[in-house]
Design a protein around this ligand. Structure first.
Ligand code: CO
Length: 459
């Protein structure tokens, strides 16, 4: 049997270990080797990479994508997209989602992994449709979590719904690294019994379960797994590519990766990793195994946020109460998966309930919008008392929220005028207005500087 591997060093490993601070110049020389290593795909764009390029790296994310594509013509490039939220947390109108997908594909994207934080697939449908329309692969994604409503039957139903939507593969996304080997086996098996499209599994090494989880998922029929080259693996990143390849080969699986190329990639990234360790961007703590997520059933990142939040309010002694309140809030909200932004919303609400001394006396603006149905459909039933307390007589919106939004792309394009040099610029601006504006100004300034320099040289 063949197992395919996606390399995440350029996106998720970069995002999880060094806050997405890897500039193009630092990895460009290894791209030809990554291209001939034989990966299923290179995850290299989307998620936080786009924001980070504009905000910290002074790079045009679109140009970065084109340059990666040019250096890697033989390997599929892959990105992560939050469905109707594209790369952020608010809902965008359909025309923006469509343009974003169109230009992602036109600039070199081959596989778009599309997810919704609540698994409300009405929020990924437009992106899936558009991806397929432009000839790329759409990986329909299930955000994995555990709760009384997230049963195998519920997941199988989700798989069916995705397959009917026409997705090319189904990805199980365990963003918190909480999936154990038995859960992986049972879930992949349930999906395999329900759908025909290939199954992809994404997990993190945070809790240390990842290699066992991958192995059992593969035994149940999972075709593709996400790994990171060993120097950028482990902890909050993915499990090591080379170790997984080694183990799988011993067990008789075909992995189709070139060991010499993998070694070259790893040797290239070793000094890069050391540089980030030395300058403090890579905190060695994130490389260790942290089982808190298993004890508390909340993602590691959410726990550290809660601790920071309580510390800031001089209330760290209330942590145990907040940790007990967190699952109650999650239940009241209908068991949303604890992925951004739901993890923050649930955590802040639990802390507020404890510190104020009365549950839901103060409710955040975000939780109110969630209760109004603006994020999508909750996985389970939202507590009716909570709904009545917060919304009064107002009925929650049950439609698809993007249907309430007016088209935006042409309007913004006209407003930007020649500040935007391309449709890609317009999309950068729509996604991150202030940061894109600053980036456009700095690009202009740099260009003027170069022109002056050129003039001086001619004189
Ligand atoms: Co991830």
């Amino acid at each position: 049997m063949r197992v395919h591997i996606t390399e995440t060093v350029l996106r998720d490993a970069n995002q999880s270990l060094i806050a997405t601070r890897l500039p193009f110049e630092k990895f460009k020389d290894i791209l030809p080797v990554l291209d001939r290593a034989g990966y299923y795909s290179l995850e290299c764009w989307g998620g936080a990479t786009f924001d980070s390029c504009l905000r910290y790296l002074d790079e045009d994310p679109w140009e970065r994508l084109r340059k990666i594509k040019e250096a890697c013509p033989n390997t599929k490039l892959q990105m992560l997209l939050r469905g109707q939220n594209i790369l952020g947390y608010k809902h965008y109108p359909d025309d923006v989602v469509r343009k974003f997908v169109e230009y992602s594909v036109k600039n070199g994207m081959d596989i778009i992994r599309i997810f919704d934080a609540l698994n409300d697939f009405r929020n990924i449908k437009v992106a899936v449709e558009e991806t397929l329309k432009w000839g790329a692969m759409a990986s329909g994604t299930i955000s994995y979590t555990t709760s009384p409503v997230h049963t195998l039957e519920a997941y199988a139903k989700m798989g069916k719904e995705l397959e009917e939507m026409g997705v090319s593969t189904i990805c199980i996304k365990d963003m918190a690294g909480i999936m154990g080997p038995k859960e992986a086996y049972d879930l992949v098996k349930a999906l395999k019994e329900t759908v025909k499209v290939p199954i992809v599994l994404h997990t993190h090494s945070t809790t240390g379960l990842a290699p066992m989880t991958y192995l059992k998922a593969i035994e149940a029929g999972c075709e593709v797994i996400d790994c990171a080259i060993s120097s950028f693996s482990g902890g909050t990143s993915q499990y090591a590519t080379e170790s997984m390849v080694y183990a799988l080969r011993q067990l008789g699986y075909e992995v189709g990766l070139d060991d010499a190329a993998l070694k070259e990639v790893n040797d290239f990234f070793k000094p890069v990793k050391n540089e980030y360790l030395e300058n403090g961007t890579l905190n060695p703590f994130v490389l260790t195994t942290n089982t808190d997520a298993l004890n508390y059933q909340i993602p590691g990142g959410m726990l550290s946020n809660l601790i920071a939040q309580l510390k800031a309010q001089n209330s760290l002694d209330r942590l145990d109460e907040v940790l007990a309140e967190t699952p109650r809030v999650r239940k009241d909200l209908g068991y949303p998966p604890l992925v951004t932004p739901m993890s923050q919303m649930v955590g802040v609400q639990a802390a507020t309930n404890v510190l104020v001394g009365e549950r839901y006396k103060n409710v955040s603006k975000e939780v109110k919008s969630y209760l109004r149905g603006e994020y999508g459909r909750a996985p389970g039933e939202v507590d009716p008392e909570l709904l009545a307390k917060v919304l009064g007589d107002e009925k929650p919106y049950t439609g698809r929220f993007a249907d309430t939004l007016a088209p935006e792309f042409e309007k913004v394009k006209a407003e930007l005028g020649d500040r935007a040099e391309s449709d890609e610029d317009v999309l950068s601006y729509i996604a991150f207005p202030q940061i894109a504006e600053k980036f456009f100004a700095s690009r202009e300034e740099k260009r003027n500087r170069t022109m002056q320099y050129t003039v001086e040289r001619i004189d």
